[in-house]
Design a binder for this molecule. Structure first.
Ligand SMILES: [Zn+2]
Length: 147
C-alpha cells in the first residue's frame, strides 16, 4: 500500500489530530487482515492538523461509533484508485454498548446482560443519557468501554 493512496478500500479523512488511535481501537482495526495505515498530524488547510486512517479493504464500518467519536470525519470509499462513494457522519441518536452507565443504582449494573444504551439528549452539547436511569454520560466516556 502506498502511503499517499490506495487502490481499494476506505480512507477516513479529517480525523481530529490525536484521535486516530481511538478510531483504530474502536473500529477493531487490529482484527483487519489487510493493511491499515494510520497517519498522524498531517497538515490540513482546513484543520491545521489532522489524522488519516487508510484501510486497504472494504470492511463493514460502524458508522455510528465513528460519528460519535467525531462527526467531522469523512469516509471515502476507494475502488480501483478512484473515490466511488463518500459517507457523511452525524452524531447517532442511539448508542449501543459504546458508553457505559456509571450510576451504581442503574439496572445495567445488576443486570449484566443488558446492553448499555444511551440516547442523544442534546445534540449541541453532545450529551447522551442512559435510557434506563437518565444519567448523563461524561464527555469522552467512550474510552471506558475499550478493553
Ligand atoms: Zn443507567
Amino acid at each position: 500500500m502506498k502511503i499517499d493512496g490506495i487502490e481499494n478500500g476506505i480512507v477516513l479523512d479529517h480525523i481530529k489530530a490525536g484521535r486516530s488511535m481511538l478510531v483504530y481501537r474502536y473500529l477493531g482495526l487490529d482484527r483487519v487482515k489487510s493493511q491499515v495505515a494510520m497517519i498522524q498530524n498531517c497538515v490540513s488547510h482546513k484543520m491545521g492538523k489532522k489524522d488519516i486512517v487508510k484501510i486497504s479493504e472494504n470492511i463493514d464500518l460502524d458508522l455510528e461509533v465513528l460519528g460519535y467519536i467525531d462527526p467531522g470525519i469523512t469516509v471515502n470509499y476507494i475502488k480501483d484508485g478512484k473515490q466511488v462513494r463518500k459517507a457523511s457522519l452525524e452524531l447517532p441518536e442511539k448508542l449501543r454498548n459504546v458508553l457505559r452507565c456509571r450510576n451504581p443504582r442503574c439496572i445495567t449494573s445488576t443486570e449484566q446482560e443488558l446492553p448499555h444504551i444511551f440516547r442523544l439528549a442534546d445534540r449541541e452539547r453532545r450529551q447522551y443519557r442512559c435510557i434506563y436511569c437518565d444519567t448523563i454520560a461524561k464527555k469522552d466516556e467512550i474510552r471506558s468501554m475499550l478493553p
